[in-house]
Design a protein around this ligand. Sequence first.
Ligand code: ZN
Length: 80
Amino acid sequence: MGILSILELMEETKNTVLSRGHNVKNWLVLGNNCYALECADCKKTVMIKENPLPNEIKVGGEAVAVNCVKPVKEKKLRKK
Ligand SMILES: [Zn+2]
């Protein structure tokens, strides 16, 4: 697995996440060749592992599987 293919995978994954309506910008580096995106709106994430174990998957997370649900702004702020 070369550096080019992980970059391609990251771009492809980000495009998929964006196409689901998620509000993502920059990849977070989690270490161990692990990268993550978090949606600023619904907080769903997607993670990429460059060198997954045989029982792990390369790309995983809710953000690639489900569409973004934008947070509903409450009109009334609950105050005590
Ligand atoms: Zn989202």
